[in-house]
Write a new protein. Sequence first.
Length: 387
Amino acid sequence: MKPKIKASIELKKDREASVKRMHPWIFSGAIQTVNGEVADGDWVEVVCNKKTLGFGHFQKGSIAVRLICFGDAAPSETIWSDKLSAARTLRMKSGVLSQTNAFRLVHGEGDGLPGLVIDIYNGVAVIQTHSAGMYNDRAHIVQALRRAMPDEVTSAYHKSMNDRPSEYLWGISPVPHCIHEHGQKFEVDWEEGQKTGFFLDQRENRKLLMNYCKGQRVLNAFCYTGGFSVYALAGGAECVHSVDASAKAIDLCRKNMELNHLSVGDNPCVEEDVFKFLENKEDKFDLIVLDPPAFAKHKEARHQAMKGYQRLNAEAMKSIEKEGILFTFSCSQAVDRQLFYDTLVSAAIQAGREIKVLCSMSQPSDHPVSIFHPEGEYLKGFVLYVS
């Protein structure tokens, strides 16, 4: 069905520059007038100086319009199929479909679909809508998904981010559901798990970890479902300690280790606050992975978040043997790479350790970043050598 344009949004004079640079967000402060009756989630036209700049979803708030189409051509009835087909082509070009049966098909602004995330888990599409417009259009999106990937997707589940109901929009699949990536197996529970059920964005970083693990004593902090733990043992680690404050996460970690025929008895899975674990642990590790949840979900929380990152990394640096390795990450979009790097410098000074950067890490190719929307690069990490 062709989207129905409900209103015209006229921008203030000289506020069209970001749209001409293909940035998909229109902030409320840039709007001069709203011509027509409009509600959250409606499709609108964006105009400036009598010229149509694009079309997208309206929503009351700081980001008032999320543009899906740029230019003066109104969205057609094939808008969703075209976008999803383009997203699938990108994944094919990047080679991700040959490495795993679990990948991100749609990464919001990176795929020209702001407010929409679709993860594929071995035939199951898990959809998250981060805007009212994407939520309103979810049925059309699923119809387009069935047309774009008829042989690859068998069901679709909408994972709610707020008070809206989570529900199957097409078919039903039992959970947990087994996936594979780079030869490792994992169980995914999209109904009860965090986000869409698994952290697909760390796939290539988990693989990289294998290069450093042979014969090493490893700590996987904030282990969640044990992704880094499984890869560390597959890479020849002597033993792995997996730590998370969530009992459910620790249970999932154990199950994934057993799924890969790894010994849980020889590789402790510990339900404990990571900060307390690091402060109280007397033994040191050869390699530590720090993959905490987002400490800063918005800019106002950034200052306190950096204190948290500094304290966490300083404690980890103190807990690493000489010539050890630290994999450390931030998934906070409000924290850019340079700020995170500077915080690691402060942590090294606090810990009194000499640090060398071996490489930097980011999100994989199925989490693309539009060059016109640099905010889409949320995951940043470093491999550090601790002398």
